[in-house]
Design a protein around this ligand. Structure first.
Ligand code: CDM
Ligand code: ATP
Length: 284
């Protein structure tokens, strides 16, 4: 039997860092939501006790470094599953982009294998397994829109933002999340974005207030390291996006756009100097 799972990309509408923790992670407050740019996973049971990963792209690891492999190994170990699995990753989400591509593949693997092997693991338990694989994985298990606290694994679901267009632009640089958090200095922070304002804006369904409330304290770290990300942000604003922010630790910059008529100018303007531009919808 073959099963299929979609693994959508996430964006951070808000990302605040409260402090560095003793375990080396940072205590965060974030608002995450999903967009309609997704990897597609195909999973097929194998009679042998083995995990095989393939993908149409050549630039991701296919061994135990792959997060889908790690998710399959974890579920097999915890639930004592003797069968193996073949997982094909049809990658559409750019890699190391700040869009949680690997985390979403891991989450989709957990959901998919739960179905394939009829394990009946409750979603809450899948989230706990996910947290062992990465801070963004629990959110990717549930999807929707959520406030994420702790190191990102403590979730409180809220309403979805109003539907709009999301333009994603990824410059050709690879950013390490660990490096960005490592360079972040809370003492250099001038102000924190307001979680309460953003939650209020989302709950009221106010697109303009959402655009005004966007904030990511990791942005300055990545922008200082890579001026081209700043250039991308400025271009997106100039071309008419209503609200613009870097997602996660970057380098992808997203622009929220309410009017479809604005999209050709923004897309064509960005494509002039950035190869990877995507126009998608919020997943609501
Ligand atoms: C930047 C975000 O993507 C925003 O959603 C997440 O905070 C990072 O999530 P992630 O990529 O799933 O992160 P992990 O794989 O758990 O951690 C990668 C590295 O980022 C740093 N890290 C991550 C999350 C966190 N709350 N504090 C951290 O300091 C740690 O150095 C860690 O070794
Ligand atoms: N299934 C996967 N898809 C993409 N990258 C993967 C996968 N498994 C492992 N990786 C590795 O993980 C690293 C980060 O890739 P990923 O696309 O998950 O980053 P990201 O979008 O920045 O994630 P986040 O937003 O959670 O920080 C890459 O260097 C890649 O080699």
């Amino acid at each position: 039997m073959k099963i299929y799972e979609k693994a959508p990309a996430k964006i951070n509408l808000l990302l605040d860092v409260l402090r560095k923790r003793e375990d080396g992670y940072h205590e965060v407050e974030m608002i995450m939501t999903m967009v309609d740019l997704a990897d597609r996973l195909e999973m097929e049971e194998l009679p042998r006790d083995t995990i095989i990963i393939s993908s149409q792209v050549g630039y991701i690891p296919l061994d135990e470094k792959n997060l889908a492999f790690q998710a399959a190994r974890l579920i097999k170990e915890r639930y004592d599953v003797k069968q193996g699995v073949y997982i094909h990753l049809d990658k559409k989400i750019p890699v190391a982009a700040g869009l949680a591509g690997g985390s979403s593949d891991a989450a989709a693997t957990l959901r998919g294998l739960n179905r394939l092997w009829k394990l009946q693991i409750p979603e809450e338990e899948l989230c706990k397994l996910g947290a062992e694989l990465g801070s963004d994985v629990p959110f990717c298990v549930t999807g929707g829109t959520a406030i994420a606290r702790g190191r990102g694994e403590v979730l409180e679901h809220i309403a979805n933002p109003p539907q709009c267009w999301v333009v994603l632009a990824k410059p050709p640089i690879n950013v390490s999340t660990a490096d960005v958090y490592g360079r972040f200095r809370a003492s250099e922070l001038k102000e924190h974005p307001s979680l309460a304002n953003m939650v209020g804006a989302i709950e009221r369904g106010s697109f303009n207030d959402i655009c005004d409330g966007l904030g990511n304290v990791l942005e300055k770290v990545t922008l200082d390291l890579y001026p081209e990300v700043m250039q991308l942000k400025e271009s997106m604003i100039r071309l008419g996006a209503d609200g613009v922010l870097m997602s996660g630790s970057g380098p992808t910059v997203f622009g929220l756009v309410s009017k479809e008529a604005k999209l050709p100018r923004i897309y064509n303007g960005l494509r002039g100097f950035c190869k990877e531009v995507y126009v998608v919808r919020m997943l609501t």
